[in-house]
Each structure stands twice: as C-alpha cells, then as structure tokens.
Design a protein around this ligand. Structure first.
Ligand SMILES: *Cc1c(COP(=O)(O)O)cnc(C)c1O
Length: 409
C-alpha cells in the first residue's frame, strides 16, 4: 500500500473502528483471497488466522512472503529441473547480489548452521560425509564465546561437534588445536543477553584466519538494515547465514548460507539432492529456492527509507488510538540491534487505574476475535508493526484500546 493510500485509509477509520468486530470476516475476505476453489482452508481445518503484532517469530509462521515471492513459486512449479543446476545457478546469482564468492539456499538459518559446520568438518571428503555426525577419532571442536551459547547452537552440535567456550582473544587463541574445525560468532548475543562480546568481530576473524580455522557468523535476524547482508563477508567471515523467512520475507523454510567458495561447495555436497549426507533431511524444494532468490533481490531493491517511514507512521497511528485511555503511555522504540532493528511501540499504564496486567492483555487479544499476538512483559506491551498488513494496523490499535478500557477502574 502506498503512503498516500495509507493516509486515505486512515481517514475512514473512525467508522471502521466501531464496526471492527462484526466487519472482520467479510472485510478480511475481501482484502485478501483466502479460498482454494470454494474452500477457505483455515476455516475447513479449524485453524484461526492470526494477526501477528509480535514480529518474525517462527511459531507464528515467520513472515508473509511478498507477492513477488508467491509469483516466483507459482511460475516455477510447472516444470521439472535438475536440482544440482538449480542450486548452482541460483547460488551464483545470490553470490553476485551479495558480493561474495559463493552462496546457497538452505532450509532456514538453522540448516545453514548445520551444513556450514558439516562443511568445516568434511571438506569434500565423501567418506567423512557418510560418517557424520560421528567422525572417528577425538571429537571435532568448535570455538564459541561463553556469552554466545544460545538455543540455536543445537543446530551446530547436530553435525557432531563439541563446543569449546572461551572468553577473550587469549583464551580463543589457546583453545585452538588440531581438532578445531570452526569458530562460531553469534551476532545477536549482546542484544539477547546484554553481555558485551569478549572478542570483537574483527579480532575473532583475525585469530581464526591466523590459525586457518573456518569462521562462521550467525546473523539470522539481522536485517534491517540491508547493509548487514554485506557487512560480515567484508569483515572476513568465511561463512554467513541469514534467515529467509524473517524480514527478507522469503519462504519461512528457506535461508541463506554464503561466503568462501570451498566451504559452500562442501556444504552443498553435504546437502540434498545427494542421498546420504547429514543435510539430506533438510531439503528445500526448487520453488522455494527460486522464491528465496526473488525475495532477496526484491529486498535489496526496495526503498528502505520509505518502508521505515511507513512503519513509523503505523506505530504512531496505534499510539494515537491507545493514548486517550487514562494513564496509558506509549513510546516508539527501536532496538539497538543487531537483531530486529525496526520501530515498535511500547505501551504501559498505571495498573491502579487500568486494572489489568500486560500478560492478561496479551491473553485477551489472543483469545479474542480476530486473534492478535502481541509481546508483553512486566513493563508493558510491545507492538511490532513490521509483520502487520496495512489493513491490520487499526484493528490492533482498536483492540488494545478496547481491552484496556474494559479494565478501567
Ligand atoms: C531465527 C534464528 C535462527 C533460525 O533461523 P531459521 O531461518 O528459522 O532456521 C538462528 N539464529 C538466530 C540468531 C535466529 O534469530
């Protein structure tokens, strides 16, 4: 929706606001076709569609693919192709777009973590590929900063390695030995835990290079800004991963692995369509591979400043709807990053006046109609607008307002 249209739409809101509950089903159906033949699959299977005001969470199905991605999927579904050729040619194009040596489409960033680790363990040795995750001899080791351990490191361990936790450059250097295959950097560690990195990006790369250990950075959720898609290969990381199904808005089950050519080739050899490697169970279909390419291309070409302005306008719009409720305060916040750097709205209130906790508001929105998912904590609510369709912005604002008003003392 264009900015102009957005404003035009807003001017019709007061009427909409009042009628939102009863208008919702038909309004939704007219806004987006949801039927296959005569069947609405959500309805037929008893699955409630959700308005996602929480962000690109996997359990909420990630993000909505752009129309361009849907076109790419539809347009490539009618012919067969050799999957090796699809992987190679799309990979080359993506590498060109990202100004790096080589790239591939994986089934999400978690898959990229497993395949990148496998590549660092096996190189092009097919015997080793068959043996994963149990290579003979002492366990292979991956270096990681103590504060960088996280839920997704399971995807690295799955390849059959042991982590060696270090703090500071000296420990890192000392920890490297003949069993070390890789060094993993979790880019979002500081934003998740608030613990500063004990080894900077630059130092980490420098030490890994000096000892000829492959370096890998997980930046899965770290666009916007789009520059981050170029930043880490330029710093010298050998492998980089981003999710396809977060803000790049590709298929949720796709992701990007890119960097050094020999490692990407080895990662491909550890992947489908080969029958026996560790990545065989992580297949991506050709439509999603094309879709991922188109998602990335579309993402890189879009007007990011304009998109940002729209998010800010949507955030302000929700603020204007909830602020009139007595004692309610709202504030636009942009996380420092590197993960999830986009505007959101933080909403808080005096619980002596509005007698409901943020958790209870979130639950009321979830179980209401339409069902809305929203972030909540002790301090208040956090509304993400980046995963909202433009037509959902006012519905979210109105529903929050209603729930808060009902709790007025
Ligand atoms: C989301 C995420 C992943 C997993 O990405 P998928 O594309 O869902 O597989 C890995 N690491 C980080 C830091 C993430 O935020």
């Amino acid at each position: 929706m264009k900015r102009r249209d957005l404003l035009k739409y807003f001017s019709t809101i007061p009427v909409m606001g009042v009628l939102v509950g009863s208008l919702w089903p038909s309004f939704r159906a007219s806004a987006t076709p949801t039927a296959v033949g005569n069947t609405n699959l959500f309805e037929a299977l008893g699955i409630r569609p959700i308005i996602n005001a929480r962000g690109t969470m996997t359990y909420l199905s990630g993000s909505l693919m752009t129309p361009e991605v849907m076109q790419a999927i539809n347009a490539t579904a009618h012919d067969f192709a050799n999957m090796h050729e699809v992987m190679d040619k799309v990979g080359e194009k993506i590498a060109e777009l990202l100004q790096c040596e080589a790239a591939m489409v994986t089934s999400g960033a978690a898959c990229a973590l497993t395949l990148g680790t496998a590549a660092a363990m096996t190189g092009m040795d097919e015997e080793k590929m068959k043996q994963l995750p149990h290579l003979p001899g002492p366990p292979k080791e991956v270096i990681i900063q103590k504060s960088h351990r996280y839920v997704f490191d399971q995807a690295v361990r799955s390849a059959g390695i042991q982590f060696v936790e270090v703090e500071g450059p000296e420990e890192m250097e000392k920890a490297i030995n003949e069993n070390t295959v890789m060094a993993l950097f979790f880019n979002g560690a500081f934003s998740w835990y608030g613990i500063p990195d004990s080894i900077s990006h630059e130092k980490f790369v420098e030490i890994a290079k000096k000892h000829k250990v492959a370096s890998f950075i997980d930046a899965a959720a770290d666009v916007p800004p789009a520059e981050n898609l170029f930043k880490y290969q330029k710093m010298g990381f050998d492998m980089v991963t981003f999710s396809g199904g977060k803000m790049i808005r590709g298929p949720q089950s796709a992701g990007l692995l890119f960097g050094r050519k020999d490692l990407i080739e080895a990662a491909k050899r550890n992947f489908s369509p080969y029958e026996s490697p560790i990545g065989r169970s992580m297949k991506v279909n050709k439509e999603e591979i094309f879709g991922m390419y188109v998602a990335l291309k579309t993402y890189l070409e879009k007007d990011h400043a304009k998109e940002w302005d729209e998010w800010v306008a949507q955030t302000k719009r929700i603020a204007s709807l909830v602020n009139p409720v007595p004692s309610v305060n709202s504030e636009m916040q942009v996380p420092e990053g590197p993960a999830n750097v986009f505007p959101g709205l933080h909403i808080s209130w005096d619980q002596g006046k509005v007698k409901i906790t943020p958790g209870e508001v979130a639950e009321a929105l979830r179980s209401g109609t339409p069902s809305i998912e929203i972030g909540s904590g002790d301090e208040g609510l956090r509304v993400a607008v980046v995963t909202l369709r433009p037509d959902q912005v006012d519905i979210v604002g109105q529903r929050i307002k209603e729930v808060l008003e009902q709790a007025l003392a």
